[in-house]
Write a protein that binds this ligand. Structure first.
Ligand code: PSU
Ligand code: MN
Length: 304
């Protein structure tokens, strides 16, 4: 049986769980390692408000003081946004970070684990990790993908950034039985851009249809999550070809500077922001808000 003594909840989340209200999980790696201060804390606060405005309760997940916190108060949120010592936590890191009392920001994989332990079925983020370019050589494949293969949480995201190998990421997800749903799109989005040149497995246009698909899968006992791919709104989207040049440059620099392992994604995000003079960050924030809204609608539909 699951040991819930490692979990703590905010009152808001505790009440929502007890009343079987819709809840949307949120990650902390995007706050600690994905965006600079103060945009990260502004985003973290507003994304929670968007979820409330759409009828669900937000649960930002992170690790502190030997506990997996399901929901963070203002002071805790600030710590994730400003403390330079925050570790990046994926599946492998739980035992160490909890037992050592360190502060750990949860990635998509780790947030899915926390959400599932708490009984939360829907999670909103920006983009997920995937198979890195040249991943067939480096074997750099995000643990987000193996988590999606086994943990029952739907992840609403704006697709996969083309800092990754989108084609191989989709192949990997297919092999592991992870459905890739296009929410109001037939094309898999590429984070900053609405297009990628790749399709989705199924297009669904209503949150109710997404909820029905998820409920059916899980009632069948088919374990694992799903990707609900939600393109960035057109007015905030970047040009696919323009961002590609920037990504190429950031990737070359990462290679030259021997950036490897879990440092790769934060390095690339920060470099892309500099190279686009902050425009990539604006797009990133806009797509997170849109994902929060969609995730709240799916969470509400799952409770009907
Ligand atoms: N993609 C983004 N922003 C992010 C991340 C991914 O656009 O902040 C973070 C997420 O937390 C994701 C993690 O789970 O990076 C993937 O890291 P890695 O590639 O090391 O698995
Ligand atoms: Mn990696």
């Amino acid at each position: 049986m699951l040991n819930t003594s490692y979990l703590t909840f905010t009152d808001e989340v505790k009440e929502a769980l007890a009343a079987n209200k819709p809840i949307v999980a949120l990650e902390t790696t995007i706050i600690s390692h994905g965006m600079p201060y103060p945009q990260n804390i502004e985003m973290a606060r507003k994304v929670e408000q968007i979820i409330r405005d759409n009828g669900a309760v937000p649960a930002t997940i992170g690790i502190m003081d030997g506990k997996i916190k399901i929901g963070l108060n203002e002071q805790e949120l600030e710590a994730f946004a400003t403390n330079g010592q925050v570790e990046k936590v994926s599946r492998r890191d739980f035992g160490y970070i909890l037992s050592s009392g360190k502060i750990g920001a949860t990635t998509v994989a780790a947030t899915m684990i926390g959400a599932a332990l708490a009984g939360i079925e829907v999670f909103a983020t920006g983009g997920i990790g995937g198979v890195h370019r040249e991943g067939e050589v480096s074997m750099d494949v995000s643990a987000d993908l193996t988590e999606l293969a086994q943990t029952n949480v739907a992840v609403v995201c704006a697709g996969v950034k083309s800092i990754l190998d989108i084609g191989r990421t989709l192949e990997y997800l297919e092999t592991h039985g992870v459905p890739v749903v296009g929410y109001q799109t037939s094309e898999f989005p590429s984070f900053y851009a609405r297009e990628s040149g790749y399709g989705v497995d199924f297009r669904l246009d209503d949150a109710a249809d997404v909820a029905a698909m998820l409920r059916t899968k899980w009632e069948l006992g088919i374990a694992g999550g799903a990707i609900i791919a939600n393109p960035v709104p057109a007015e905030s989207a970047m040009n696919h070809l323009e961002i590609e040049g920037v990504i190429q440059q950031a990737l070359t620099e990462a290679k030259e500077q021997n950036v490897t392992g879990k440092k790769v994604t934060p390095f690339l995000l920060a470099r892309i922001k500099q190279l686009t003079e902050g425009r990539s960050l604006e797009t990133n924030i806009a797509l997170v808000y849109h994902n929060a809204e969609t995730a709240a609608k799916v969470a509400v539909a799952l409770k009907k």
